[in-house]
Design a protein around this ligand. Sequence first.
Ligand code: FE
Ligand code: CA
Length: 524
Amino acid sequence: MAMRIDRRRFLQASAGIALLAGVSRTPLFAGTLGDNPFTLGVASGDPWPDGFVIWTRLAPRPLDAHGGMPAVRVPVRWEVAEDEGFRRVVRQGEAIAMPELGHSVHVEVEGLRPHRHYWYRFALAGSDASPAGRARTAPLAGAVVDRARIAVAGCQHWEMGWYDAWGHLAGEPDLDLVFHYGDYIYEGGTTPLGPSANGEWTCVRQHAGGEIYSIDDYRRRYAQYKSDPQLQAAHAACAFAASFDDHEIDNNYAGDIDQDGTAPEIFALRRLAGLQAWYENMPVRKAQFPSLQAGLTAYRRLDWGRLLRTHVLDTRSFRSDQPCDDGKIKPCGPDAHDSPEILGRTQEAWLDQGLANDAAWNLLAQQIIVMPVDFRAEGASEPSFATDLWDGYRPARARLVESIRRHGLSNVVIASGDHHRHLVGEVPENDEAPDGRKVAVEFQAASMTSNGNGFGEERLGHIRRNNPHFALYTDRRGYQLFDITPTQWTTEVKAMDYVDRPGSPIRTLQRFVVAPDRPKLERA
Ligand code: FE
Ligand code: CA
C-alpha cells in the first residue's frame, strides 16, 4: 500500500514544479513531516464524464495552528487507478499544497472513461499513501442511463450528536453522488457537555474554541469536523456535490448582512474567510474558487447522461435581507413576506436557461424549504410563516414556479435541508392554494445530528393538518436516498433511533415514488 516516493526523483520533480510555478519563492518542503499528514481523509466531488475533483488537506495535527504544517509549499503526489489495489494506475501527477490555501489539494482529474468507478490516493515525501477514495465518473452527455443513486445530507452539528449516520451513508450500495446541502460546520463556540439549556438536545462533544471569525478559526473548525472517521468514510466512498448554507459563515446571514447588525463591509471580510475555508475543505472545482472581487460562484450544473440534470443552487450569497428583520419584527403578516431576491437575478437567469433541457429529471439541489409552510401553533387562528425560507421571498418563488411552468416541466424534484426535520411534500403553483395544482415535489432531508435525537411526529400533528401539501413531517435525524430511473423516482427517508450516543441503527421510515410526467407523490 505504501506509495513511498524515491527521494531523488522527488527532488527532481519538485525542482521542475518550482520552475513551472516560477512566481513564488516560498521554499518547497522536502523533509519528512514525521506524522500522518492525511488525518482529514480524502474526498472527491463534482463528477463529470471524464473525471472528477480529488481532494485532501495536509494536517498532521488538525487542531494546531496551520494543522501542524510548516509554512512551506509541499508537493503532493496523486494517482487514480481502475482498481482498488492500484495495479492499473491510469492518471497520476503532482500538486502543490500551499500555506495560502490551508495546505489543501484540489486536482481536477481528466481523461477518464465515462460512467465507471475509479480509486484515488495521495502521498508525499516520507509519508505512506493516504487512505484511498472511490468515485464514479458521470455518463457521457446524451447517454441513455438506467439508474442513478444520490444521497442528500447536511446539518451535522458536531456537538449535537455522533456521526453514525455518516457511517451508514458510507455503506449505502451503489451511490453515485452525495448532495451536501450545507451546515457542514457550525460557527458557534463551545457548549458545556450534557443536556442543553432548553433540554432539547445533548452536547456529546465540544467545539474547540469560541465563535469562529478568522480564516484560521474556520480552518480549524473544518479540521475538527473532518477528523471524524465516519464522515471521512462517507467522503472516501462516494463523490460529493458540496454546497453551503448559513452556518458555514454565520446563522441566517443574507448576502452581506449578518444577524447581529454588523456593518456589511465588516461582515463581508468574515464571509470571505468562511468561503475561502469552504473552498479549501470541499472537493470542488477551480470554478468555485473564492475571489476578493467577485465572491464565490457555488451554483453549477451536473449532468448524468439523459437521466438527470442537477442544478446546485446558492440561496445565501445573492439574497436580499429577510423580511421583518428575519421575523423579529412582529407582526410579520403573510403580505410582508416579499423580500425580492433569493438566488439573485444572475443565478435566476442561469437556472431558467438550464431548465431548457430534455433530461428525464431536473433536480434543484438547494438549501432551504421552497414550498409554503404554515407553522402556526396548535389552535392559533392566524397563519405563521418563516422568514429565512423561500416563504420570506415570495416574488422569487413565484418567478421560479413561472420558470418551471414556462419550460413545461413536470419532472422537477427539489432537494432541501436546513430545517433539521424530514419533510416531504408537493409544491403548489399558488401559495394561497396549497391543496391546488402542483409544480414540483420537494424532499427536505433531516439533519445528520443538529438538534439531537428529535421527537418523531409527536407535537407536529397540527402542522400536518395545516399543510395539506405535506406527505411526511417528522423530527428525526438522518438522510434521504434518491433512486432515479427514467420512469420512476424513489426517495427513501432514513432515520436514526438516536444520535446522543454512538451505535444507533438506521431505519427506512418511508418510501415515496414519483413519475416524471406529474409532480405527485405516491407512497411506495
Ligand atoms: Fe442546520
Ligand atoms: Ca441552515
